[in-house]
Design a protein around this ligand. Structure first.
Ligand SMILES: [Zn+2]
Length: 90
């Protein structure tokens, strides 16, 4: 352990090491999550090409209802973590 701690350059290559992960309090899962949105209106714009095919131009979704976050493993409702989930979404 002491030897590992002295290897500072390696530590610096992992800046996210000390970040607290969202973890399901029920089953301990900290890798798989499901986001569920209620009442979503999906609007997609298409352009018809000369050969009759369509190309998607833009995609606009409006969420009218609630957004919830669930654990993928045990389906526990983790919506309390949703604001943090959104913050960490890249
Ligand atoms: Zn869980």
């Amino acid at each position: 352990m002491e030897v590992a701690r002295k290897r500072e350059p390696e530590k610096r290559r992992q800046p996210r090491q000390n970040i607290t992960l969202i973890k399901c309090p029920h089953c301990g899962n900290d890798t798989d999550f499901v986001e569920v949105a209620d009442n979503v209106i999906l609007t997609t714009n298409y352009r018809q090409n000369q050969d009759g095919s369509f190309t998607q131009e833009s995609d606009d979704s409006q969420i009218m209802g609630e957004i919830r976050l669930y654990c993928s493993e045990c389906n526990a409702d983790l919506s309390n973590f949703h604001p943090r989930f959104v913050e960490m979404l890249f």
